[in-house]
Write a protein that binds this ligand. Structure first.
Ligand code: PGA
Length: 255
């Protein structure tokens, strides 16, 4: 079996000025400098991305963007292209976050195009999927997640897909303080892994890192991260406090 390196990413969403982002990045850098066995990333707002990347240079904390446009440049007022993010210091781009789907009409087909742009720019995607509360209550979780995974990944081959990260984030658990139980999360993660096996074969599927997201906190991280198919976390609220985010990372590092 492939040993998957744990990957914990902090999604700062639309929070923190540039000054505040720099302070948070510097504090985090100090707190996690001794962590060796976990990959770490933070996703600041666009104005803060380059300064934060500079502040994290030569550290063990990478930088992610929260979205991007599917085109490399052009007349798309207000948008940011993947090559610009690469040049600004990003390594990853979060795509298809439920807030993008809910408030900005992002679709699986749109995410699919953006993955292409991200790869072309030399970046890697963190692709978010997850069901709403209504869908879970209607017993449609696995069906909804299957449609999202297949739609987002359509056309990408095993060799490149093996390097993707997929974040399972049940919409009802995001920012609500309601975490999926480790059993609920593991069930969906195992389902995603079996979908990937169908798409790309067992060897590639075993390399894809699957993050859980939705109210991950220092006190529930260890149990979630101990599940066999949970290879990391995408953390929103708790990533805005360096000590909480570091505690989540250390929950794994010390496990
Ligand atoms: P949360 O957000 O940790 O605040 O629930 C998770 C996310 O949206 O990525």
């Amino acid at each position: 079996m492939t040993a998957r390196r744990c990957f914990i990413a902090g999604n700062w969403k639309m929070n923190k000025t540039v000054t505040e982002s720099l302070a948070l990045a510097r504090e985090l850098r100090g707190l996690v400098s001794m962590v060796r066995h976990v990959d770490i990333a933070v996703a600041p707002t666009f104005p803060a991305l380059h300064p934060v990347a500079k502040a994290l240079e030569d550290s063990n904390v990478q930088v992610a963007a929260q979205t991007c446009h599917a085109e490399a440049s052009g007349a798309f007022t207000g948008e940011t292209a993947a090559p610009m993010l690469k040049d600004a210091g990003a390594s990853w781009v979060i795509l298809g976050h439920s807030e993008r789907r809910q408030f900005f009409q992002e679709t699986d087909a749109g995410v699919n195009r953006k993955i292409g742009a991200v790869l072309k720019a030399g970046l890697l995607p963190i692709v978010c999927v997850g069901e709403t509360l209504a869908e879970r209550e209607a017993n449609r979780t696995l069906e909804v997640v299957s449609t999202q995974v297949k739609g987002c990944l359509d056309g990408f081959k095993a060799d490149v897909g093996a390097r993707f990260v997929i974040a399972y984030e049940p919409v009802w658990a995001i920012g609500t303080g309601k975490t999926a139980t480790s059993r609920q999360a593991q069930e969906v993660h195992a389902h995603i892994r079996s979908l990937l096996t169908g798409l790309w074969g067992a060897e590639a599927a075993a390399q894809v890192r699957l993050q859980y997201g939705g109210s991950v906190k220092p006190d529930n991280a260890a149990e979630l991260l101990a599940q066999p198919d949970i290879d990391g976390a995408l953390v929103g609220g708790a990533s805005l406090k360096a000590s909480d985010f570091a505690a989540i990372i250390k929950a794994k590092a010390q496990a």
